[in-house]
Design a protein around this ligand. Structure first.
Ligand code: ZN
Length: 187
């Protein structure tokens, strides 16, 4: 008995043919229906364009297909100049203070949370734009290690914890003690 040979079914992923429904709704007064792109999708597209622009301006020129995790790290460091998060250096007196009482000359960086989210979006965008998961530079081990390092560094420098907060917040005391009046001074 011959084993039947199955024809290889290629699941053609015909993309680009979005539902192009003409506006034939007779009911007047309806605003543009259809799902508007979410904030995440918008942000993802903007991030992707930013990255493509970065590649375009790269010297020497760099194509997406030759982009590696090292280039992604380069990109992240490049973004630091636009950061707005003060990251104290270990010699700063405010090192480890979440709310420093005075300004200091420490550099501004991209917050770890922003970078982490950014990489997530770019990673998705890369594959949505035809990139293969196994060559996705945003999923590179070096990138993951770098993000972990940044998280560690910033949590120490800023005195904040990035650990997932457990539901451990104690309820506020019901009968909180009223503010104590200042002790009367000598009159
Ligand atoms: Zn500082």
């Amino acid at each position: 008995m011959d084993s039947p040979s199955f024809p290889e079914v290629e699941s053609s992923n015909s993309e680009g043919s979005g539902l192009n429904t003409p506006n034939t709704s007779s009911s007047a007064g309806t605003s543009s229906s259809g799902s508007a792109p979410s904030r995440y999708e918008n942000q993802k597209r903007r991030d992707w364009n930013t990255f493509l622009q970065y590649l375009k301006n790269h010297r020497p020129p760099l194509s997406l297909s030759r982009c590696s995790g090292a280039h992604v790290l380069e990109f992240l460091r490049y973004l630091d100049q636009f950061g707005k998060t003060k990251v104290h250096t270990p010699i700063c007196p405010f090192y480890g203070h979440p709310n420093p009482p005075a300004p200091c000359p420490c550099p501004l960086r991209q917050a770890w949370g922003s970078l982490d989210a950014l990489i997530g979006r770019l990673r998705a965008a890369y594959e949505e734009n035809g990139g293969k998961p196994e060559t996705n530079p945003f999923g590179a081990r070096a990138v993951r290690l770098y993000l972990r390092e940044v998280r560690d560094l910033q949590s120490k420098a800023r005195g904040v914890s990035y650990e997932k907060k457990k539901r451990k917040r104690p309820p506020p005391p019901a009968g909180a003690a009223p503010d104590q009046p200042p002790s009367p001074g000598e009159g």
